[in-house]
Design a protein around this ligand. Sequence first.
Ligand code: FES
Ligand code: FES
Length: 168
Amino acid sequence: MSLIVNGTSVAPPDDPRVSLLDHLREGLHLTGTKKGCNQGACGACTVLVDGERILSCLALAVQYDGRHITTVEGLAQDDALHPLQAAFIEHDGFQCGYCTPGQICSAIGMAAEVERGVPSHVTADLRADAALTREEIQERMSGNLCRCGAHNGIVAAIQATFVVEAQA
Ligand code: FES
Ligand code: FES
């Protein structure tokens, strides 16, 4: 049994009760993924599993045998930041930065959901493709809290990355 974390095969924890979040942070020393509430309420622990966003504090590491897990440490390629990471810097999408890895992983998963045509609570027309409007982004990212109140910059960074990409 093994997990594939940022492209590398790693062993699961010995104790099957260990959460994916604790295994990432304490077992694998990938501390980019943050522990906020540890009960599914803040989004700080968001990672991608086969491209879908999940809350790693609510998941057991042993659930993910053979699955591809991407943490914030795995987003940069060839020493270049992921475009969304660069946009967070450009648009002041953070202050203390504690929520930022979760925000970024969540936004990447969220954009993929929109791409697949998954509607949100505020999508008016379920037959039309959802656009990444400010309202859609706010709704879809509402599970990721930022106690610094950097939400304006976060939305701007997401729009700059994914709306511009979609229009290109
Ligand atoms: S630490 Fe997982 S949702 Fe808050
Ligand atoms: S930047 Fe501080 S919690 Fe979001």
